[in-house]
Design a protein around this ligand. Structure first.
Ligand code: FES
Length: 169
C-alpha cells in the first residue's frame, strides 16, 4: 500500500473528530440520567429486611395476629408501611406466619371469624374460608392459599420479611 492510500482528507479528519467529541459529550450527558433512572431498581429494597415481631416462646398453636411496620422504599420515597400476620406453631412445632390478605379481593381474614367454622380463617367480605394451614377451602371464593411470610428465628425472636405466594389451589 502506498502512503497515499493512508492519507486522511481534511473532511474525514473533521468527521472523525466531531463524531468522537460528540459521542463523548453525549455519553457524559446521558450517563447521569441513566443512573438517576436505574438507581432505585438496583438498590436492595429496605422492604426486604426482616422485622422482629414476636418472641418464639409466646407463640402457641392458636393463631395470633401480630402487627408490625416495615420501611418501604418506592423510588425515592421512603415510608413506614403497616403489616400484620397470623402466627402460630403447627403440630411439629414449626412456626407458620400467614398474610391476612384474602386471595379473593384483598379483604382481611380473621382466625375463627365464622362461628360455624371455628378452626378456619374467615373472610367476611364474601364468606371466603381457609384451613388453618392457609389453604383455601374449595367452594368458597378464594382461588389460592394465603401468602406466607419469609421468616427467621434468631435468639428466641421471630423476624418476618415479605409475604410470598405459596402456590397450590
Ligand atoms: S375478598 Fe375475601 S372472600 Fe372476597
Amino acid at each position: 500500500m502506498s502512503e497515499k492510500d493512508h492519507r486522511v482528507s481534511r473532511r474525514q479528519f473533521l468527521n472523525y473528530t466531531l463524531t468522537g467529541v460528540g459521542g463523548f459529550m453525549a455519553a457524559g450527558m446521558l450517563m447521569p440520567m441513566v443512573r438517576f433512572a436505574v438507581d432505585p431498581v438496583l438498590k436492595k429494597g429496605v422492604d426486604q429486611d426482616l422485622v422482629a415481631v414476636a418472641q418464639v416462646d409466646d407463640i402457641t398453636a392458636e393463631p395470633k395476629r401480630v402487627d408490625f411496620k416495615v420501611n418501604q422504599v418506592d423510588g425515592w420515597h421512603e415510608s413506614e408501611e403497616p403489616r400484620s400476620a397470623w402466627v402460630y406453631k403447627d403440630k411439629d412445632g414449626e412456626i407458620v406466619a400467614l398474610s391476612p390478605i384474602c386471595k379473593h379481593l384483598g379483604c382481611t381474614v380473621n382466625w375463627a371469624g365464622d362461628k360455624a367454622h371455628p378452626n378456619q380463617f374467615y373472610c367476611p367480605c364474601h364468606d371466603g374460608r381457609y384451613y388453618k394451614d392457609g389453604k383455601n377451602v374449595a367452594g368458597t371464593p378464594p382461588m389460592g392459599p394465603l401468602d406466607g411470610y419469609v421468616q427467621k428465628v434468631k435468639d428466641g425472636t421471630l423476624y418476618l420479611g415479605k409475604a410470598k405466594p405459596r402456590g397450590g389451589a
